[in-house]
Design a protein around this ligand. Structure first.
Ligand SMILES: Nc1ncnc2c1ncn2[C@@H]1O[C@H](COP(=O)(O)OP(=O)(O)OP(=O)(O)O)[C@@H](O)[C@H]1O
Length: 325
């Protein structure tokens, strides 16, 4: 039964049937392997299928097709065993505002059948970990956004999970609170060897935390690797050219050049294109590429050269900008 992976999926698919008879094909064949003790970030634009994938892996939704194993158990045939081994925090804060932090943690522990002494011990430990000991007996409705997130993280950890799923763990938090959550996540892995899967819109988050990143777009995993591997594929430097006109001739030319690692183009509205060129040395190639763009009839609006980032990888694969700080 046990596989070597904390998570393994094969050909995972999800179709939602709508009331009007239409179907939304939200997940279209995802093969995922996450090693035990790994921090894996799923990055993707809105509606890419991240939450749906997470919901299947956490047994909240049944897949339409394909298989998924989490902590060694199949999510469809052994959901109870999976649930016993995972923790989840959702995108939306789902805390009962009337209950205190302590009550929320205690209730969660009871739900999972933890004995009284064990619950009390874990509440004290976890409150300390997420720095909420001083407000534990206050109603959670009085907590700040960051405190609520931290309480959710503690709740996800009440049952000492093997795999923790975090859906947008720092959404809506200020940079200081975000950095705090990152620290906890790193500590959890270092001290407890937890496997962590998070979804995020923030490339800094993926870059700072993840051992590996999977980029998901329109229900498919379109790229996967360590942040360094993914960024390295782009080339040593990125030249961005914003231009009006038809880019086909220019792209055909540059794709044949030995110093161009990759060339992508993204529509930016009426007749306007973002041309994204990975090159060996930006400062050396800029003049040549600009001259070629002009020769091929493009009207250049903006040009920039920079080291590639995970945001460039995301843009190259999805055609969309990742939200940045
Ligand atoms: N219950 C549902 N019924 C019908 N369609 C759904 C349902 N849940 C999600 N979808 C659709 O499935 C697709 C994938 O949605 P999902 O929430 O998984 O994406 P996401 O990557 O998590 O997006 P976001 O970053 O906005 O949360 C979208 O087109 C969404 O509208």
């Amino acid at each position: 039964m046990q596989t070597g992976y904390a998570i393994e999926t094969q050909g995972l698919e999800k179709r939602y049937s709508m009331a009007d008879g239409q179907e939304v094909h939200a997940v279209r064949g995802i093969d995922l392997r996450v090693a035990r003790g790994e921090i894996y970030a799923l990055l993707g634009p809105n509606g890419a299928g991240k939450t749906t994938t997470l919901s299947i892996l956490t047994t909240l939704l049944l897949p339409s097709q394909g298989r998924a194993q989490v902590a060694g158990f199949d999510v469809v045939t052994h959901p109870a065993q999976v649930r016993r081994r995972i923790g989840v925090t959702f995108q939306e804060v789902v805390l009962d505002q009337e209950l205190t932090g302590r009550q929320i943690l205690d209730f969660h522990g009871r739900l999972y059948g933890l004995a009284t002494a064990e619950r009390h011990r874990r509440i004290v430990e976890l409150a300390e970990l997420v720095e909420l000991s001083h407000v534990l007996d206050r109603r959670s409705g009085t907590y700040s956004g960051g405190m609520k997130r931290r309480l959710e993280l503690a709740r996800g950890l009440m049952t000492a999970p093997e795999v923790l799923f975090l859906d947008e763990p720092t959404q809506g938090l200020d940079p200081q609170n975000r950095a705090h959550i990152w620290d906890y996540v790193r500590r959890l892995r270092a001290e407890q060897g937890l496997t962590l899967v998070l979804t995020t819109h923030y490339m800094e988050e993926a870059e700072a935390l993840a051992d590996r990143v999977g980029i998901i777009d329109q229900g498919r995993l379109v790229a996967e690797g360590t942040p360094d591997e993914l960024i390295g594929q782009m080339g040593a430097d990125m030249i961005h050219i914003l231009a009006a006109g038809d880019p086909a001739a220019f792209l055909a030319q540059v794709q044949g050049l030995p110093f161009v690692t990759r060339a992508d183009h993204h529509a930016q509205g009426d007749d306007l294109w973002q041309l994204q060129l990975g090159v060996d040395q930006g400062s050396r190639r800029l003049a040549t590429l600009v001259a070629q763009a002009l020769e091929s009839g493009l009207q250049i609006r903006e040009v920039s050269v920079a080291r590639p980032s995970l945001g460039d990888v995301f843009l190259a694969y999805t055609g969309r900008q990742l939200r940045e700080e």
